[in-house]
Design a protein around this ligand. Sequence first.
Ligand code: FAD
Length: 313
Amino acid sequence: PFEVLVVGGGPAGSTAAIYTARKGIRTGLLAERFGGQLLDTMAIENYPSVEHTEGPRMAADLERQVRGLGVEVMTGQVAVRLVPASREPQGSGLHEVHLASGAVLRARAVVAASGARWRTLDIPGEDEYRNRGVTFCPHCDGPLFAGKRVAVIGGGNSGVEAAIDLAGVVAHVTLVEFADELKADDVLQRKVHSLGNVDVLVGTATTEVVGDGSKVVGLRHAPRAGGASSVLDVDGVFVQIGLLPTTEWLDGVVDLTPHGEVVVDARGATGIPGVFAAGDCTTAPWKQIVAAAGSGAGAALSAFDHLIRTTSP
Ligand code: FAD
């Protein structure tokens, strides 16, 4: 068995493994895809001390560092269920992670870092122009659209926050919501309506991301109630219709919010002794690489604390 088993090979899981391995703890890291969301990311320009890198390159750098520290890395494997250690005195004291392959991994402590994925619109052009104008992260990509016109899709808190944020960076923002009213908090709605360079369209269906073959040039939309569609001239489309945590394997085992995020405390602890969580799969509010890495470090140190306070089975 492992002393610590990390599930997830994104920034949170990699950092957790780096921290436990450097304490001499026998660490395993299980990841369907090493790198996680980094593999889908082009430019990264907000990680401190790294002015510019590309996601796949950061993923490769992390993997080299993790393997170099002796972590047993298992990629291409999917965790389907966590079975926590029995609290009975005769229990093994080991948590079990069951894999889709049927294999079972055992560990004294588990760090869940299985990340998240952005909800997509599933309309023509969205996938084709991903990273060529279609983006999901205003903090990451807002500055790339300085002086340009963009659309934000989604009138919940994240969409309205994105519109307010982008209004300070880009020339003009059109916020598009499918329902007949915005769903964001009132204070955010008042703020967005007060901005001179933001238009708000409600009751509007987004039907196509229009491109010129190399980048986004527009967004086709139509009144939800019916009627002709038209194309908004924009260089960027920010899709803000939700983030889906990858926590199916923890469902019914650890506390999840109604959105599926693992509930953790400030130390990354779940309600189950020896089970910690970090990164985008948790209730941590800021879904960013540096934040995921930071919470991975914290969860690893909490796992270490747990191990030195419990005896080896
Ligand atoms: P993830 O990166 O999602 O990694 C999850 C890991 O868990 C993966 O290895 C996955 O394969 C694995 N996994 C999931 N489920 C299972 C399972 N059941 N069994 C086994 N393994 C599993 N942030 C920034 O700070 N700057 C940026 O410029 C930036 N740009 C972005 C661009 C795009 C297109 C996207 C999608 C995100 C961007 N982000 C950016 C956000 C950032 O990538 C995430 O916040 C960060 O990757 C979260 O790290 P994580 O380790 O929590 O999860």
